[in-house]
Design a protein. Sequence first.
Length: 200
Amino acid sequence: MARKRRPGRPSDPVDIARRRAAERDRARDPANWGVDAAALALPANARVDLATDFRGRVAHARRRDVFDLLHDRGRLSRGAVEAVRRLQSDIALLHRTLAGGGDLTPRIDRSRDPQAFSERRLDAGLRIAAALDLAGAASARLLRGLCEAEVAMGRSAAWREVVAREAGETLPDAQGAALRAACENLAGAYAMIDRDSRRG
């Protein structure tokens, strides 16, 4: 009596080798990479916001920062949070090839002007300077101290220490108020910049 083969399991060594090669190719394809689910389950990552793709895999993960915390508690307006994100985006663009959080691989693009990346960085630096100048010197120091550490250096700054150092404020409630004021000043600065750009 012949043994029954289990359905769906190849017995041919060539089929087995093909299946394993296909699995290796899928594992090497960056489109199939994602965030490590085991790492996200750790208690240290409880404050990580996840965005999933249509397959249910984690496509984007972002650690919640002090600006999210203040906004969630109703102490920071949506406009102020968006202004901070805009500043962080420009800081990330400015420091893309200079700091630890950036990509240091050579950029090869024959279809565009090779100076375009430097021009984008220069434009980001000009936007940062314009916004922080309008926000005021005290707000600029505070926001630069918080945003550059997190975006450009790849590490989160202890926001209370930054507020104490840059604003000289040591009382906990007053530290939050100083940070809120800086963020609202930045939102006002971006509103002025946007209004002037629409006029011109």
